[in-house]
Design a protein around this ligand. Structure first.
Ligand code: ADP
Ligand code: MG
Length: 261
């Protein structure tokens, strides 16, 4: 049964926009009664509930704004599958220190070796550390900037990205960027030493010119992107390929076991 006071608290919490408190006050009050908590301690736990609920919803908001294509974390990453990537070195990045220092991370290696997985996991860690993150692909960002340029609003479009402490640029190198190349360069130059960027690419640096076309521009870009950057090399076979081979092998063994058993 709802008392008059409870109804009032509901109304006040709505007016004051205190969803955490609104949700938790009844249980918190019951707990205070049962444990003989004093008024100050009770008020403190009410406020703590509201603070925690705001922290959670800010986290959910930032996760949503990041537009990750999938949720991938380090919990599901098998470090033993990629020995070129020392686990301590990766986990050292997970505290978001590189975002604070406005440094870049370049994840380079063959397709399927876990670059996007690690980039997303780093992004989620950065969000948990309180940063704003946005995931996009090199092609999609360069198209967006091309469109902005055509509509004479490139400076504004570049500035919109400033609100993100970390931008993850996925899949640089799968497709040439054509006229978008110089704009992606401008994007990286604009963020250089002001905000962090993480880039995943299947191309070693000597081949970036294939994406950007112009050798001078590519040199200038590499200079900025790799200065004080953490370079993570993903050496190995495709994880997916290895996994499917392993399943096939197990099925094969199962079949053999069945036929002999
Ligand atoms: P890349 O971006 O290098 O092409 P992805 O990160 O997209 O590779 O990885 C391909 C798939 O394999 C994804 O589903 C990813 O979660 C999984 N994967 C890759 N490497 C690992 C790993 N070491 N441990 C667990 N899953 C992995
Ligand atoms: Mg990828």
């Amino acid at each position: 049964m709802t008392t008059g006071y409870e109804a009032m608290i509901e109304v006040y919490c709505r007016q004051l926009k205190l969803p955490g408190l609104r949700q938790a006050f009844a249980a918190t009050a019951r707990e205070a009664r049962n444990t003989g908590q004093d008024y100050t301690a009770f008020l403190a736990s009410c406020l703590a509930q509201e603070v925690e609920s705001r922290r959670q919803s800010a986290l959910q908001n930032r996760l949503h704004q990041a537009r990750f294509p999938w949720v991938k974390t380090f919990d599901t990453f098998d470090f033993s599958a990629i020995p070129s990537l020392p686990k301590p070195r990766i986990l050292a990045l997970a505290d978001g220190g590189f975002v604070k220092a406005k440094e870049n991370v370049v994840l380079v290696g063959q397709t399927g070796t876990g670059k996007t997985h690690v980039a997303i996991a780093l992004g989620i860690c950065a969000i948990q550390a309180g940063y704003r993150v946005r995931f996009t692909t090199a092609v999609s960002l360069s198209q967006e900037l091309l469109q902005a340029q055509a509509e004479a609003r490139l400076p504004r479009a570049l500035k919109v990205w400033d609100r993100y402490d970390l931008v993850i640029l996925d899949e640089l190198g799968y497709l040439g960027l054509g006229p978008g190349g110089p704009l992606l360069f401008q994007f990286c130059a604009h963020r250089y030493e002001r905000r962090a960027v993480a880039i995943t690419t299947n191309l070693e640096f000597s081949r970036w010119v294939e994406v950007f076309g112009d050798p001078n521009l590519t040199t200038a870009l590499l200079d900025r992107v790799t200065h004080r950057a953490k370079i993570l090399v993903f050496n190995g076979e495709s994880y997916r390929f290895k996994e499917s081979q392993r399943h096939l092998l197990q099925e094969g063994q199962g079949a053999t076991a069945n036929s002999t058993g």
